[in-house]
Design a protein around this ligand. Structure first.
Ligand SMILES: Nc1ncnc2c1ncn2[C@@H]1O[C@H](COP(=O)(O)OP(=O)(O)OP(=O)(O)O)[C@@H](O)[C@H]1O
Ligand SMILES: [Mg+2]
Length: 166
């Protein structure tokens, strides 16, 4: 059987509390349960996906903040979870500073895309079959990085007007 091609899915909506993180965790877990190798990238300073997957703030070593800043490669942030086949690149509250710190940085919109490319190249192929990116509730540089890296976007929303507008 040939390996499935890598799919990179951003889960985004600038409206808060619409189920982005819940979708990210459950979809990642379901894909892992059917045998896919999945990396969930937490790109929200709230770190809800990291907490939801049982990685406490004190146990988050290298985070997506370090990766976007160029201090570490993505593979240094990747950590196993209790779910077989599901790995996580965690986020911490320091990620809230990335927007300001990267304001004049080269390729600031492509930091995550470049890190994922490097991750694939250093593994000599696709280390996972799915990358899911949990976005913050804003159209910030973080979300733009996720959209620039993704093949497709999942937009969860509640059935109410403001969530639809967002
Ligand atoms: N499909 C669903 N049906 C009902 N409630 C849900 C569903 N998905 C998520 N929720 C609930 O909605 C709330 C917000 O979910 P979640 O944290 O996943 O949203 P979010 O979009 O990631 O929020 P934020 O914008 O703060 O990151 C949680 O209490 C969650 O349990
Ligand atoms: Mg969330």
């Amino acid at each position: 059987m040939t390996a499935s091609p890598l799919r990179i899915l951003a889960i985004a909506n600038q409206k808060g509390g619409v189920g982005k993180t819940t979708t990210a965790i459950n979809l990642a877990t379901a894909l892992a349960a059917v045998g896919e190798q999945v990396l969930l990238i937490d790109l929200d300073p709230q770190g809800n996906a990291s907490t939801g997957l049982g990685i406490r703030a004190a146990d988050r070593g290298v985070t997506t903040y370090d990766v976007l800043g160029g201090d570490y490669r993505l593979e240094a942030a990747v950590t196993d979870t209790d779910i077989p086949g599901l790995a996580l690149a965690p986020a911490g509250v320091d990620l809230a500073c990335a927007e300001v710190e990267l304001i004049d940085a080269d390729r600031r919109h492509y930091r995550l895309a470049d890190a994922i490319d490097e991750y694939r190249q250093s593994a000599g192929g696709d280390p996972v079959s799915y990358v899911l990116i949990d976005c913050p509730p804003s159209l910030s540089l973080l979300t733009v990085n996720a959209l620039a890296a993704a093949n497709a976007v999942i937009i969860p929303l509640q059935c109410e007007f403001f969530a639809l507008k967002a």
